[in-house]
Design a protein around this ligand. Structure first.
Ligand SMILES: [Ca+2]
Ligand SMILES: [Ca+2]
Ligand SMILES: [Ca+2]
Ligand SMILES: [Ca+2]
Length: 262
């Protein structure tokens, strides 16, 4: 099932400016002009992050943000949970939202990251039953400002890359892959407490740094080479300013790093 997400750089745009469509028009000189139409979904701040997915499976993509999902195309608000109802000064307690069918029942679910170092939980879409969504804990202390939601082990299910701010490890969490399974398997990327383990660590990337066909994990001060089998073994940490890695860091990797550093 298709599911999409926005990271923290975009959600305010989604909520305050609304859903944006674009129309491409080609001029006679082959230049392309993009036109955008603003749609207001809500004028109320409910979340740092937002995600999209077809929550009610009617063929129309809906928006999920904070404790609400907005039903397309009229953007009627529906409750998901009651965990973030109280307005919070400054940052909300919904930093990142991702939408994916976690338990394989065909209904898109919601992943919520609290503030960096706070809990990561997911909420189970009840389908046709009108009720709040059941909450499941993924990780007690999920750090890094923008954890990634990517398919680390190439099994078709997106996983999470973040750090465990309490245990001081950089980890990836393997998404449940069998129908009805709700448990995320934890794997260590690095157990060095000095590398990327602060709760507010800025910047994490996912890309093939050394061109061996396997994607690696990148932070501002270096990168971990994928061990190949994506097992719990720790890949070597290579600093981009030293020897080999300085030569093989491709331009797109550096661009991605910049985009991820908020
Ligand atoms: Ca829908
Ligand atoms: Ca589901
Ligand atoms: Ca996976
Ligand atoms: Ca690689």
């Amino acid at each position: 099932m298709k599911a999409y997400y926005f990271n923290r750089a975009i959600p305010l745009l989604v909520l305050s400016l609304g859903y944006i469509t674009c129309v491409a028009q080609a001029s006679s000189s082959n230049n392309t002009t993009l036109k955008y139409k603003k749609h207001t979904v809500s004028s109320v701040f409910v979340s740092e992050g937002a995600a999209v997915g077809d929550v009610n499976r009617d063929g129309k993509i809906d928006i999920l943000a904070g404790h609400l999902w907005y039903e397309a195309p009229q953007w009627k608000a529906h409750p998901i949970h009651a965990d973030t109802l109280n307005p919070v000064k400054g940052y909300s307690t919904t930093f990142l939202n991702f939408c994916s069918d976690i338990n394989g029942d065909g209904w898109p679910d919601l992943i919520r990251f609290d503030v960096p170092g706070g809990q990561c939980v997911w909420y189970e879409n009840p389908g046709k039953h009108a009720s709040l969504w059941r909450r499941h804990l993924v990780l007690e202390s999920a750090g890094i400002e923008t954890p990634l939601f990517v398919d680390v082990d190439n099994d078709g299910h997106k996983d999470i890359i973040c750090n465990d701010a309490e245990k001081k490890e950089v980890i990836w969490l393997q998404s449940p892959s069998r129908k009805g399974d709700t448990i995320w398997q934890r794997h260590a990327i690095s157990t060095d407490p000095a590398l990327g383990t602060h709760r507010y660590t800025h910047g994490v990337g996912w890309g093939d740094v050394n061109g061996d066909g396997r994607k690696d994990v990148i932070i501002r001060s270096g990168w971990w080479e994928s061990p190949g089998m994506y097992a719990s073994t720790t890949g070597p940490f290579i600093r981009p300013n030293s020897g080999q890695s300085a030569l093989i860091c491709s331009c797109w990797t550096l661009i991605r790093m910049e985009m991820q550093i908020l």
